[in-house]
Write a protein that binds this ligand. Structure first.
Ligand code: ARG
Length: 399
């Protein structure tokens, strides 16, 4: 290996990786950090990467690409892993991988590296993406291979090679942060019986301390995509940022779950994703109004499969592309407005309207406006219930 593009975060692991790769392969290292809303200082990152030995540093603003090509497709698909997790981390990996491959091509590199451990999902997501986008490039996963057994050993190595490390900032948690949500694990969270301590949460207020008055917000969708809030159109980034702020203020978007990792382990993780939780809830609510019953039920099945594919790192697959075609077709009429109530950690849809609504008050009303043909139900029930009638008769005979 001569030239390696590394997914660089500036943390202890990826800093050491730069040196470790250089020494082991005598290779040139190109460090790459994606801006996906994690609020990094690019100048400080660059300085650190170069000081640590990187030949070059790339910082790319991928926020819009993340939203348009990864987040919104998953929102339209209502993809929540194991019914709860909006997959901020999972969705970001194929995006980062794709941009690493682009840089590798530009720089004529022959290998790609990441800093994931050998027991997580992220290694799988990176490497599956690398395999499908650049089957010819080599893959290195130093953390899976190297000799260090503890953080202390890593710090010792860093000191030996004068790698700047901030040992004072010993965080008790492992945190992955982007605009779609925050994933928090390790420390006391490893005991699934322990309440998450308040200091584990980064952007949401404790619901007990949230405002005692609710906020009502109206979210407008156009074909499944959120386009405005409270009657104002705005950019997708602004919309998500706004929902993270207002949701966070009300303590909305906290998720505490034990999940099934792809490598077979069960892990306890907490998430904070105010915008994602609000948007998924509002979007599903609008779908209920405009999508026909059987399609709505079938789409639920697709949602589960879609979430599995994303979680498993199958982003760049024909399977995912085919599901996207299906999902996009279901979104034709998903345009309208949903009113959400945010209050003390909860977000509840309390109103919905759409030009494409299938709701007909004349059919659902119990007043004199009622236009539903009650008598027709008799024939419907006779025929719909025929299989059960036959079964029932047989049961009586065999007794
Ligand atoms: N369990 C989540 C996933 O696999 C998040 C993983 C990263 N979490 C973290 N705290 N670093 O998508």
């Amino acid at each position: 290996m001569k030239k390696i593009v590394l997914a660089y975060s500036g943390g202890l692991d990826t800093s050491i990786i730069i040196k470790w790769l250089q020494k082991k392969y005598d290779a040139e290292i190109i460090a790459f950090t994606a801006d996906i809303g994690q609020k990094e200082n690019p100048a400080a990152l660059e300085e650190k990467a170069i000081k640590t030995g990187a030949k070059k540093f790339y910082f790319k603003d991928l926020k819009d690409e993340f939203i348009n090509d990864y987040i919104f497709p998953s929102l339209k698909a209502s993809a929540l892993y194991e019914g709860k997790y909006p997959m901020a981390t999972s969705l970001s990996r194929p995006l980062i991988a794709k941009n690493m491959v682009d840089i590798a091509r530009k720089e004529n590199a022959d290998a790609l590296a990441h800093g994931c451990t050998g027991k997580g999902n992220d290694q799988v997501r990176f490497e599956l993406a690398f395999k499908s986008l650049a089957p010819d490039l080599k893959i290195v996963a130093p953390v899976r291979e190297w000799e260090f057994r503890s953080r202390e050993e890593e710090i010792e190595y860093a000191k030996k090679y004068k790698i700047p490390v901030d040992v004072t900032k010993k965080r008790p948690y492992s945190i992955d942060w982007n605009l779609w949500g925050i994933s928090i694990e390790c420390g006391v969270l490893e005991d699934p019986w322990q309440n998450p301590p308040e200091d584990a949460y980064q952007i949401t207020r404790n619901p007990a301390e949230a405002p005692s008055e609710p906020d009502y917000i109206e979210i407008e969708f156009n074909q499944g995509i959120p386009v405005g809030i409270n009657g104002k159109n705005m950019s997708s980034l602004k919309l998500i940022t706004l929902l993270n702020d207002i949701g966070g203020k009300h303590g909305v978007g906290r998720i505490d779950m034990v999940e099934n990792r792809l490598v077979g382990i069960k892990s306890r993780e907490i998430y904070e994703a105010p915008a994602a939780v609000i948007l998924h809830s509002a979007h599903l609510e609008l779908e209920k109004l405009v999508i026909e019953r059987e399609l709505y039920h079938f789409k639920n099945i697709i949602s589960q499969k879609y979430a599995e594919l994303v979680y498993y790192g199958y982003w760049f697959s024909d399977f995912r592309r085919c599901l996207d075609n299906f999902v996009n077709a279901t979104q034709k009429y998903v345009s309208g407005v949903v009113k959400m109530k945010l209050f003390k950690g909860q977000c509840i849809p309390v109103g919905r309207k759409s030009e494409c609504s299938l709701y007909d008050e004349n059919l659902s009303t119990y007043t004199s406006k009622d236009a539903f043909d009650h008598r027709a139900s008799k024939g419907f029930i006779d025929i719909f219930g025929l299989p059960l009638l036959l079964e029932g008769k047989r049961m009586r005979k065999s007794r």
